[in-house]
Design a protein around this ligand. Structure first.
Ligand SMILES: [Zn+2]
Length: 221
């Protein structure tokens, strides 16, 4: 029976059991007995049968008392995703095909290797959405945000949050900033919430409002 290890799966969207189909190891020994090694696993998910390669870098710091072996880096091919398109993305295709295409690309970059693209893409999606909501391109982000608040599409607090998301995206575009995963996740959630509200939840609630039977008039005593 083949060896089984747990590893993240892009299709199952979580850590699953994988069959180890092959393992290769290459090591380099330094002058003091320290060893750098690369261990590559060819894996197949037991749930969906998707293939991936897991590449582990190990470091052994030499033969002395208290020496240790450390896993210094784990990489995957293809890169592992940690965010996926929301359930409603299919509905967006007919409503705004440009934004649908952009979001599809954004989510394919939701991995540790492409955080700058992801950050820039999130900023671009917000830019696009604000132009749609405002019905015109007001120019710089600051003007768009001010107009969004003036027209009642955003609260002051939402504007502050969006400013942070946009600043992070700009820093990725112009200063090679790699936002940490937590920040990227917050950026995605903020952008996603606004898109969902504009295209999906907002119109749905408008329709729903007409379906709710009116309240009976209050009885006077
Ligand atoms: Zn799987």
């Amino acid at each position: 029976m083949s060896k089984v290890i747990r590893s993240p799966c892009n299709l199952c969207k979580r850590e699953t059991e994988h069959d180890v189909l092959d393992v290769r190891e290459a090591s380099d020994e330094g002058p003091n007995g320290e060893v750098s090694s690369v261990k590559s696993y060819a894996l197949r998910c037991r749930g969906c049968r998707d293939y991936s390669a897991r590449i582990e870098q190990w470091y052994f710091d030499g033969y002395f008392e208290g020496s240790s072996t450390t896993l210094t880096r784990v990489e995957f091919q293809p890169a592992r995703l940690w965010a996926w398109p929301p359930d409603w993305i299919g509905d967006l295709e007919a409503l705004d095909s440009d934004l649908f295409g952009l979001l599809t690309e954004i989510y394919s970059a939701a991995n540790d290797e492409q955080v700058r693209l992801l950050s820039m893409g999130t900023r671009t999606a917000l830019d696009h959405l604000m132009n749609v909501v405002l019905g015109a391109d007001y120019g710089p982000f600051e003007k768009k945000l001010t107009e969004m608040v003036a027209q009642g599409h955003l609260t002051g607090r939402q504007k502050d949050e969006l400013e942070t998301v946009i600043d992070a995206g700009s820093a990725s575009s112009h200063r090679a900033f790699r936002p940490p995963r937590q920040l990227i996740q917050a950026m995605l959630a903020t952008m996603e919430g606004l898109v969902q509200n504009h295209y999906i939840t907002g119109p749905m609630l408008k329709t729903a409002a007409s379906l709710i039977p009116p309240r009976p008039p209050r009885q006077r005593r």
